[in-house]
Design a protein around this ligand. Structure first.
Ligand code: ATP
Ligand code: MG
Ligand code: MG
Ligand code: MG
Length: 565
């Protein structure tokens, strides 16, 4: 592309109403233009970046086996009434009516539409598991749209939805998505962190967010450097709210976890109990006398142990304890306990993480969290304590001192369980011909927000420093005095042709700008590689190579294309 034929509309002045640097730079480079509050046009330059992000997301989703589709943005009110969210979603939902007075919403998310699709299309267990996704415009009537596309009202999201016969399968696929997200943000060249999260209006119990780390981030993250512990402080607040609402005076630590006491406790928290667990995994710490208890769903020891080890919700690495360790931890004499298989009810679609959630709510004296207790206290991470943490506080999971970071939420994955399949009665026939509600997961990525988040993390005083995978072009060719010097112009055209032929995306500056203006624009737009061609260099047989935000050196004319391809 040549700049003379492209729409470049850079500006020097910092826009007065743009508070954070990504918003300023997106306006100054001309990537976006505001139409009205929280609603933006992506210009050709901006759209190139958006499409790059979209493509990485698409490739990794495809690699995970998910299937791309496209659902409508306009959704009938009846679906939202069926799920109960027509009212629950609140004023974020943009509602409208057609000429006949029938009500609709502009989709802020698509659980209802996908569940409607699934209940019509998916009949048999043989069709599961399956995951659909789309990359599509969403609308949320945010109370305070700000920071440009970072918190917009209209924005681009990748949303995926998976369906499973049981929670074990959902848990496995959730891990696949966790890994897929990790790969996406790694490929984009961003510094990010996965954290435990609150499920908010989407629902479900287990959820993780992916945050791009930046000082301007709206979310606060508490983590322990070098450990797996990381949580969004927002989550602690949500748990604390739940705690305030919980009927605490009725709660107690359980001395003998028989089926009834656990069932009673679980009932108070309105948690569905559906299945019987067969395996109990305990990690015991002899020194503290504490044990971490995790309930797993299915009977196969080895499978569960592997799964537990990998489960992102378990703060410390969980493994099968030896029989001796279990006896030690629970203070039982040899022979008094079977080899850690107890037939007790389990919280079917909540898995390990729920233990700490509902543990947090179960506490009345501020000392202990609910856990299974065989004659000794079982302490679980105290999520609620995050509310007032300061850097340096000990870690909730005992792994070290907390550090506080600011983050931008760019992705969010949820184990929804059966919330939507039950509310909307989506059923699938199992092997025995029985109708069951499939377990669901949902997986969001803020595609347009990623663009702004990347700039927050990658810029200097002069402008954007694009991570290579999302740069609008790879290379900018900058001819000095090109309009006067024939040989400069000629070499610029030659590089342009050869680099493009080699598959690079090249932007040739051919607007005959003054050197100062040309360099300022190039720095602002922030392409990773710049080739500066001038008469003085040509006399010596060299051109100047500049890495945006990095080195600058002279290279021989003949080497230039080779270095950049
Ligand atoms: P936030 O906490 O920032 O309001 P959210 O938790 O409401 O986000 P989700 O429902 O988890 O958002 O949606 C999935 C993803 O969509 C988010 O992780 C975020 O990256 C993106 N997203 C959500 N709201 C917006 C918005 N107003 N503008 C741009 N991107 C958004
Ligand atoms: Mg929100
Ligand atoms: Mg959020
Ligand atoms: Mg979220």
């Amino acid at each position: 592309m040549k700049t003379s034929a492209f729409h470049l509309a850079t500006q020097r002045e910092v826009p007065a109403d743009a508070e954070i640097v990504s918003h300023q730079l997106m306006l100054r480079t001309g990537m976006i233009r505001k139409l009205t509050s929280g609603i933006y046009t992506w210009t050709p330059l901006g759209l190139k970046v958006l499409r790059k992000v979209e493509q990485v997301v698409r490739e990794e989703m495809d690699r995970s086996g998910s299937l791309e589709m496209l659902m409508p943005s306009v959704q009938p009110a009846e679906l939202w009434q069926e799920s109960g969210r027509w009212d629950d979603f609140g004023p974020l939902l943009l509602k409208m009516a057609d000429r006949a007075g029938r009500e609709f919403a502009f989709g802020p998310t698509h659980e209802e539409v996908i569940t409607e699709f699934a209940r019509a299309e998916i009949r048999s267990y043989k069709q599961l598991p399956i995951c659909f996704y789309q990359i599509q415009t969403k609308f949320r009537d945010e109370i305070r749209p700000r920071f440009g596309v970072m918190r917009a009202r209209e924005f681009l999201m990748k949303d995926g939805y998976s369906f499973h016969m049981d929670e074990a399968c959902l848990g496995r696929f959730y891990q696949v998505m966790f890994d897929t997200y990790t790969r996406i943000f790694e490929r984009l060249g961003l510094e990010f962190k996965a954290v435990e999260a609150d499920s908010g209006a989407i629902g479900g119990a287990v959820s993780h967010e992916f945050h791009v780390l930046a000082d301007s981030g709206e979310d606060q993250i508490a983590h322990v450097p070098g450990s797996r512990y990381a949580a969004n402080v927002e989550r602690a607040e949500a748990v604390a709210e739940g705690e305030a609402n919980a009927p605490q005076e009725n709660l107690q630590l359980v001395d003998t976890p028989d089926a009834r006491t656990i069932a009673d406790l679980v009932k108070q928290f309105d948690v569905p109990i559906e299945k019987t667990i067969k395996t109990l995994v305990v990690e015991a710490s002899r020194s503290s006398g504490q044990a971490l208890v995790a309930l797993l769903l299915r009977g196969d020891h080895e499978l569960n142990a592997v799964k537990a080890e990998k489960h992102p919700d378990v703060a410390s690495p969980l493994r099968m304890a030896t029989e001796e360790e279990i006896r030690d931890a629970i203070g039982a004499g040899p022979g008094s306990l079977g080899p850690f298989r107890l037939p007790i009810p389990c919280i079917a679609d909540r898995q390990v993480a729920l233990m700490s959630d509902f543990a947090a709510g179960a506490n009345s004296d501020g000392q202990h969290y609910f856990g299974l207790n065989w004659g000794r206290d079982v302490a679980l991470p105290r999520t609620a304590d995050l509310r007032n943490v300061v850097a340096g506080d000990p870690a909730p999971d005992g792994s070290g001192a907390l550090e506080l970071l600011r983050g931008i939420e760019v992705g969010h994955i949820f184990q929804l369980g059966r919330k939507y399949s039950e509310a909307m009665n989506a059923v699938v026939m199992d092997e025995n011909g029985r109708a069951v509600h499939p377990a669901m997961g949902c997986y969001g990525i803020g595609v347009s927000r990623i663009v702004a988040a990347a700039i927050e993390q990658n810029h200097d005083d002069n402008g954007i420093i694009w991570p290579e995978p999302m740069a609008p072009f790879d290379i900018m060719i900058l001819p000095l005095n090109g309009h006067k010097s024939h040989r400069v112009r000629e070499l610029a055209e030659k590089f342009y042709g050869e680099l493009r032929a080699a598959g690079r995306e090249v932007l040739l500056e051919d607007r005959n700008l003054r050197a100062g203006v040309m360099f300022a624009d190039a720095e602002l737009i922030g392409l990773p590689h710049q080739l500066v061609i001038g008469d003085r260099g040509l006399d010596k047989g060299v051109v100047e190579y500049r890495r945006r935000g990095g080195e600058s050196r002279e290279i021989a004319i003949d080497d230039a294309v080779g270095i950049l391809t």
